[in-house]
Write a protein that binds this ligand. Structure first.
Ligand code: HMG
Ligand code: MG
Length: 298
């Protein structure tokens, strides 16, 4: 196991984008600042997407401009097109993330584009972002399966992933959007990408825990050399355009497991779980995090 793992927190974005209760900008800012104070060093704060598609993040400009930024912390936001890039730029974002699926139908449903159209759009977005001095992360979703098409051929994952790296993304986050992946599949996919000249330090894993396989998948990914893990506080999350998707793997569950295995994250677990408990109250529901449930004695 590695001595250190980098947690990429997606709770304020992936976590909140599909919640029935929409948090106020004040609560979101408190959440983001709390997570950073607990030791999170990379955090996705919102999405500059069409608010009609994602109403829960319609306050993207307010959240991104009002958060108190700490030196040494990377704040990122999802961007689907040049209009989103412009807004992110005006909000002072230094990093953005572009996102698309390995499967055609999910691209149509999620960003209203074919795979080819999405790649063409992102070529422009990434070039423009980099010319403005921003760094760009790339998401490939439906890597382990698509809610509309079922199994996704590895060649499609490779093609989309390679294209995102070639256009200038510094890292690829491999999304198990609907939480169907198993450890053996993780091994197969990572092996395949590494054999195609993609480096370990260009890869991150992003699991949704729909079927309870996320921690096992993360363990295998770490054994294979992955050092960046996406997770969401409380196990919040899911894509509204991926039927059957449930929460991301919870940050406190991942941090608990990593610390137990002797891997440093720089994150204070007690502070994390306190934030998670408060969020459960704000969202008026029991959050899926196992560590939180144990902490609350449920
Ligand atoms: P569209 O309707 O095809 O866009 O949506 P359009 O270019 O035809 O424009 C239509 C309207 O949208 C126009 O407004 C534009 O100005 C506006 P109107 O003239 O009708 O009033 N518009 C925008 N407004 C604000 N910000 C923008 C923007 N762009 C256009 N950036 C679009 C295309 C991509 C915009 C839309 O489909 C969209 O916003 N999709 C986002 C969906 C989303 O965020 N899904 C969740 C992401 S989670 C995920 O993908 C998985 C991930 O978590 C990893 C994993 O789990 O695997 C990343
Ligand atoms: Mg996700």
């Amino acid at each position: 196991m590695p001595a250190e793992v980098s947690i990429y927190e997606v709770g304020p974005r992936d976590g909140l984008q599909n919640e029935a209760t929409i948090l106020s900008a004040d609560r979101k800012i408190e959440m983001i600042e709390g997570l950073v104070d607990a030791g999170v060093k990379r955090i996705e704060v919102t999405s500059f997407v069409n608010p009609r598609w994602i109403p829960a993040l319609a306050d993207h400009m307010e959240v991104a401009t009002r958060i108190r930024r700490k030196p040494g912390v990377t704040y990122s936001a999802l961007v689907p097109n040049l209009r989103g890039l412009d807004a992110a730029s005006r909000a002072g974002m230094q990093e953005i993330a572009v996102f698309m699926a390995a499967s055609q139908t999910h691209n149509r449903k999620n960003i209203n584009k074919t795979t080819e159209e999405a790649l063409a759009t992102y070529r422009e977005v990434v070039t423009e972002a980099r010319s403005r001095g921003m760094t760009v992360r790339g998401y490939v979703s439906t890597v382990y399966g698509c809610p509309y098409e079922g199994e996704v051929p590895f060649e499609q994952v490779l093609r989309v992933g390679k294209s995102l790296l070639d256009m200038g993304c510094y890292e690829l986050s491999l999304g198990d959007t609907i939480g169907v992946g198993t450890p053996r599949q993780v091994e197969y996919i990572l092996d395949g990408l590494l054999h195609a000249d993609i480096r370990l330090d260009q890869l991150a894993v992003h699991f949704h825990d729909t079927r309870g396989t996320a921690l096992a998948n993360i363990t295998v990914a770490l054994q294979l050399g992955i050092r960046t893990v996406d997770s969401a506080i409380g196990g919040l999350g899911g894509c509204p355009y991926a039927p059957g998707a449930s929460g991301n793997v919870s940050t406190e569950d991942v941090v608990y497991m990593l610390h137990g295995m002797g891997c440093r994250t720089g994150i204070d677990l007690d502070r994390l779980v306190a934030i998670s408990a408060r969020l459960g109250g704000h969202l008026a529901r029991e959050l899926p995090s196992k560590y939180l449930k144990a902490h609350l004695g449920h």
